[in-house]
Design a protein around this ligand. Structure first.
Ligand code: TRP
Length: 337
């Protein structure tokens, strides 16, 4: 049986937090161990430039994200793990795909439309104010990421499904014009992906400024856990596990038995201070070895580069022949053929 090819990209802005770990990193690493799949996972650093024009932050984020995935158990021998910008065929294919993509298709992209709508709401004379061509055409870059490796299943958040549809449209257009070349990718929506609450009880997200960095030093980590919002109920008063950020985070890491037991402790009025201690200890137990590995990798950027370079080599085993085929099909390349 041939293996299903699963491919996904991580935009390299920001430093991974506990919510990224429970919602994306941990499930993706587990899925990558499935013997029936072949995984491609890459750091989308060209995508990062669309959102962030601070070179130091982009560089730091690539480093932290690469170190995080490896520290969390991603096996670079099993998974093709690479940095997008180490595969030059990606931008080359992006241009070729740009020439077959209808501008009208890009006009309909949610991210672009939302940016235009913001300008209209702000009474800007120019509805395209502040919108770069990078933002406008980034679904084409994303299509190239996917089609380059004939990715079949693409695990993404809900907000990205339209981009996968667009990649299908673009692939079909190319196949129609130049003959069958690309398989059509399918989005796999990470519904089951856990959503963790952040410090203030809302979804943990960089945009709410309520995150707990995954590999914060132990003392700071404990402090942050202690800051998670609770209510004013006293020790001994029964508490509602269905309305407790602490309980939700606990549940994302504990076994079913532990969760059931914690429900009882809530009914019995566990003190918030005690609950925070239990939560910290459980999380710290899960993360401490990984944190050590993370710190080692962060201190050894040359090793990170070497791992990514090996990944890029594997990736280019696919992308170089595919790009040669595409060039030939569209009629570019040596005149002698
Ligand atoms: N745009 C995606 C995001 O912001 C990241 C990404 C880039 C991606 N290229 C991809 C995801 C290709 C899946 C496949 O989440």
């Amino acid at each position: 049986m041939s293996k299903t090819r699963v491919l996904t990209g991580i935009t390299t802005t920001g430093i991974p937090h506990l919510g990224n770990y429970a919602g994306a990193i941990r499930p993706a690493i587990e899925a990558s161990r499935d013997a029936n799949t072949e995984s491609f996972l890459f750091l989308a650093d060209y995508h990062a430039l669309i959102k962030c024009q601070e070179p130091e932050r982009v560089r730091e984020s690539v480093r932290a994200i690469a170190a995080t995935w490896l520290a969390c158990g991603l096996d670079p021998d099993r998974v093709t793990f690479y940095r997008q910008t180490d595969v030059p065929e990606v931008t080359e294919l992006t241009w070729v795909l740009t020439t077959v993509t209808a501008k009208g298709l890009m006009n309909r992209a949610h991210a672009y439309k939302a940016a235009v709508q913001d300008n209209i709401n702000d009474d800007n004379a120019d509805p395209d104010r502040g919108i770069t061509m990078g933002l406008f055409s980034y679904p084409i870059l994303m299509a190239a990421d996917i089609l380059m490796f004939n990715g079949e299943k693409i695990p993404v958040g809900k907000d990205q499904t339209q981009h996968i549809e667009m990649a299908r449209d673009i692939a079909q257009r190319f196949n129609y014009l130049y003959g069958d070349t690309f398989s059509l990718p399918e989005a796999v929506i990470e519904e089951s992906g856990m959503i963790l609450p952040g410090l203030d009880g809302r979804k943990m997200s960089k945009s709410y400024n309520n995150t707990i960095p995954l590999f914060e030093g132990e003392r700071k980590f404990r402090k942050l856990i202690n800051k998670i919002k609770t209510n004013l109920l006293e020790p001994g008063e029964p508490k509602d596990p269905n309305d407790s950020a602490l309980f939700d985070i606990y549940s994302a890491f504990a076994s079913p038995d532990q969760v059931a037991d914690m429900r009882t402790q809530y009914a019995n009025g566990i003190a918030w201070g005690e609950m925070k201690k239990v939560l910290f200890e459980m999380l710290n137990e899960e993360l401490k070895d990984k944190r050590d590995t993370y710190n080692q990798l962060m201190d050894d950027p040359a090793q990170l580069d070497a791992i990514l370079a090996r990944g890029a080599e594997k990736a280019r085993d696919y992308s170089a022949p595919l790009m040669a085929d595409v060039r030939k099909k569209v009629g570019i390349g040596p005149i002698a053929g």
